[in-house]
Design a protein around this ligand. Structure first.
Ligand code: 5GP
Ligand code: MN
Length: 320
């Protein structure tokens, strides 16, 4: 819980911070906000990720100092693991030897840390980091504020998803007061795309399909499409939301080919439809309205299984 995290930070000095593979806005924003909080306290922190910082987040303060490596070789006084469902999600070898502090806002998270601070009511881990900042008596600097704001903005879908609460806006307001420039954060995140990302979007949208009811839709991105568009894997991020923007659609799947016959799957839904449950059937997880998983096999087979999971989820809610 929070008081244990505060106590640990106050009594120790050298920390590492990590988050899940293919880091997103919340995991990177929260990790870097925590990094700047520790810097403000005169501590010695380092952010270590298995995967490199995606293009969209490279202008975040501190992004250039993130170390990308597959293994943690040194011992730290504490290792913060941000937004991870289990100890393997960061994809870092040697992490299990550290004194782990698990900080997450997913209700399904395993209590894998030596310290576990889970708050499923937080819209983003960024909200929790903001509370931690206050609890430590640190005045948010512009760096802390910008990283935290990025976490909030991205995990709430620009303050549009159902996890957006009064508290989210209150914190966002305080962060703006502390120097965040909302327009420049949005510009960097949503108006600085590489050309290939939009070419890929065009190819992806042409694969859009729906089921007989029109309530379930799906999109696919193959390696061939990525090559054709000159796009990187991270350029596929966010495409899933276009399928969900259709009025009649209640649940969607997005299939991204990572290797031959190996798929990353993003699931999204509206209102009460729980796609985390569907993701869990494939060994993944997430939130009720946004979840993900991986699956191996021929596209037709994988797609059929996922879509039938989504049908059950939609029918389950209709039956209640
Ligand atoms: P995305 O579709 O954007 O990759 O992920 C959406 C949500 O599902 C995020 O909250 C993310 O943490 C979670 N998620 C995505 N993939 C996985 C996975 O393989 N395992 C677990 N436990 N959660 C996942
Ligand atoms: Mn999050």
């Amino acid at each position: 819980m929070l008081s244990q995290v505060v106590e640990l930070i106050e009594s120790k000095h050298r920390f590492m911070i990590t988050a899940h593979v293919r880091p997103d806005g919340d995991s990177l924003g929260s990790s870097l906000a925590l990094y700047w909080i520790l810097v403000a306290l005169g501590k010695d922190p380092v952010v270590i990720m298995r995967d490199r910082v995606p293009h969209a987040y490279r202008s975040l303060p501190g992004a250039a100092s993130v170390l990308t490596m597959p293994e943690v070789t040194e011992m730290y006084d504490g290792a913060f693991v941000i937004e991870c469902s289990d100890i393997d999600r960061p994809g870092l070898l040697g992490l299990e030897r550290q004194h782990v502090i698990n900080i997450d806002h997913h209700s399904t998270t395993a209590l894998f840390g030596n310290v576990n601070w889970i708050d499923a009511t937080a819209s983003a881990v960024g909200e929790m980091i903001y509370n931690l900042c206050k609890a430590l008596g640190v005045t948010p600097t512009k760096e802390i504020a910008t990283c935290t704001y990025t976490a909030l903005l991205t995990d709430t879908g620009s303050f549009q998803f159902s996890n957006t609460t009064e508290r989210t806006f209150k914190i966002a307001s305080e962060l703006v007061r502390r120097g965040v420039e909302p327009a420049s954060v949005s510009q960097a995140l949503y108006y600085s795309y590489p050309y290939g990302k939009i070419k890929l979007l065009g190819l992806a949208l042409s694969t859009l399909e729906h089921d007989a009811s029109g309530q379930i839709a799906w999109i696919r991105v193959t390696r061939e499409a990525m090559d054709l568009a000159g796009a990187a894997e991270e350029d596929a991020d966010g495409i899933v939301n276009y399928a969900l923007s259709i009025g009649d659609v209640k649940a969607v799947a997005f299939f991204k080919e990572v290797e031959d016959c190996s798929w990353r799957i993003s699931l999204r839904s509206k209102n009460r439809i729980n796609v985390a449950k569907v993701a869990e059937q494939f060994g993944g997880g997430g939130h009720k309205n946004a979840a993900g998983c991986s699956a191996d096999g021929d596209y037709d087979v994988v797609c059929d299984r996922v879509i039938s999971g989504l049908k059950d989820a939609v029918l389950g809610v209709a039956a209640v």
